[in-house]
Ligand binder design. Sequence first.
Ligand SMILES: [Mg+2]
Length: 421
Amino acid sequence: MPKLAKFRAKHTPPDAESRAGVLTSTASASSATPILHVDMDAFFVSVELLSRPELRGSPVVVGGRKDQRGVVTSASYEARRFGIHSAMPLRTAGQLCPHAIFLDNRPDLYGEWSDRIATILAKYSPIVEMASVDEAYLDLTGTERLHGPPLVAADQLLRDVRRSTGLPCSGGLASTRLVAKVASEQAKPQGLVWVPPGIEAAFLAPLDVRKIPGIGKVTEGALNALEIRTVGQLAAVPREKLEESFGRWGTALYRKSLGQDSYEFFVDAEPKSISHNQTFGADTNDRARLETTLSYLTQKAAKRLRDSGLYARTISITIRYANFRTVTRSKSLSEPTDLDGTILGIAKNLFAQNWDGRAMLRLIGISLESLSAATRQLGLLDAGQKSKLERLARTADRLRDRFGFSKLQLGGSLDEPKRRE
Ligand SMILES: [Mg+2]
């Protein structure tokens, strides 16, 4: 199974908007970003059905035999009618529907299809984040000239995936990742839901709180105890009250109820890494292109790291060859960093050491790991230099937020001065 990019929500500090005028326009510019969430319908089952079309229309369960331990990983819509769903014990599924067809997991096969899907998605945007084996977020900013308005591009993309793979999928188009994800869920199966900017809260309001990503059984129970069942009811509760009951998670709930992304999205699962991968539309060994892509991915990841107020100690790169062989190499630093120049220097070295300059590649990626929120020690750089670099990085981030990420690519300006080894 390929190593997947992990999606991290954009973090806008709660008070950022009031702090500076420049950030106010930042918030409105980024809130109009068209995000498309693509989610494959009953992915593992759908892949299995490609080679066993005679099972179409029957209840099919993937995960193992019905008398085995373990859980359902995917259930066809026909099986779902019997109450079967993912993560349910196989034995329970077997009792609910004894005549269902039970199939073993074939993760390598699903991984290959996932890669093929990522390759198709990469035709529609330079920014594709595979959030798991069967779902992705695409930033459709600036793709208009090639693919038309976001809604047209989204429709074309979904048709393209279905036609090229034979696999059903759904999409949600919205201005935040959270709303896009909820929208694609509402679109299933084989649909597309668009939530135009400005109506996010209205779209979410009638839905059950459980439909919000990150709200599980525990939070649902606690909210129900407060007579809160729908997202609209949640949105009507003052933020302070939610914070009183739920602490930091309350802030996240408040933002979620309005359809906003936030770092607090991950408060129940602290990020272990921040990754960005790029799958190329066609395999390539063009050094300049590969290096530019690596630099771009690094800057994206580093910005997200800073947005989250985190530092990384380990830098990893992923290289996937045309034949799907995948190599991951990492290097750990003596002190955590959030600076583009430092991270890019290491990423470039790792890439140079692990690519022979000839082999065709289908994907490269970067991952920032061993994350911490701890303040760094000043270490080898003197304090003055370091704070200058940090100021530069933050100014760049603000400009990127305002004018779009790709408008501001960094040259040597953020390179870290030579270190004494
Ligand atoms: Mg899915």
